[in-house]
Design a protein around this ligand. Sequence first.
Ligand SMILES: Cc1ncc(COP(=O)(O)O)c(C=O)c1O
Length: 368
Amino acid sequence: MKPAPRDSVLAIDPYVPGKSAASAGTANVRVFKLSANETPLGPSPSAIEAARRAIGEAEIYPEGSSRLLREAIGARHGLDSARIIAGAGSDQILELLAQAFIEPGDEGVYSQYGFLEYKIVILAAGGTPKVAAETRYTADVDALLAQVTDKTKVVFLANPNNPTGTYLSAKEIARLADGLPKKTLLVLDAAYAEYVRADDYEAGVALASTRDNVVVTRTFSKIYGLAGLRLGWGYGPAHVIDALNRIRSPFNVSTPAAAAGIAALEHREHLEAAMAHNAEWLPWLTAEISALGLDVLPSVANFVAIRFPDAQGRRAADADAYLTKRGLVLRAIGAYGMGEFLRLTVGPREANERVVSALKDFMQGAHD
Ligand SMILES: Cc1ncc(COP(=O)(O)O)c(C=O)c1O
């Protein structure tokens, strides 16, 4: 006999992060990690400085409610800080939502190529995951609504979605919210919202302001470049935020993370530079890689999913090995049922140019 976790815990396939830089290339090749949707601009220098200062007082517990950070987020986004909860990454907010709203016998819905964390948090809470088919690698509102039953407690939707990069318009999201029972919570995960330039997109903040059953989650890991500090937040109706506050651990956000987040919000130019960099290179990568005869899903985020042919020596796994050898670390997304794709994060200019040139060689058959 030994202590046994719940069956639903053992049903979880652990999340496998993208390859790290260290696992790639040879000693004399410069390695670019383009596998985790991290920003090539890094964090704002003022965020680094704020975190450094905070570390100097590391013996003191954080202020448990992350009040200053919530106020800074509220001021920046025009939101009531009492309806914001901060977390150790937006992953933690997703976990708290599942734990607070799903119990064994309940269902959680997400879309076919939706961010894998949803399945994990639903199972971890003892719930049953239900998957809605996508149309052209894009979430489908009708398919999502068709999965909703009397047992559905939460619908998770990444908008834009990782790993596809596709999105739903504000109108479609409103249609989804309108179609859900009042007792079903809609979680709009807007981890990549800052990158989106489409006019018909909205992160979900407006809906979360006015509906009793809509929450939005955001992160400092992507465009703000603070992934290593673990900082994210959620915003929604007071009764939902109250439930999450009851179950979160009392000091769930570290002082350096909160301090860095506040400084990052203040540094507008850095954010704008990151947006401009992506606006330049996302279309460039999409066009250049498409011109090589590869399908690239239309992405509005800071990454693209590239489909490789089902042909000897040209498959995604071949391309992954080929690129890795050249120090270009992309993300295999077989775990999403997209084994014929690799996901490429928009990197610095040099990395982007190297990827296109290496893919050109790969497609022309310069294999080794
Ligand atoms: C769609 C989506 N949501 C949430 C996250 C989690 O981000 P974090 O926990 O770093 O805030 C990610 C990270 O990859 C993501 O792609």
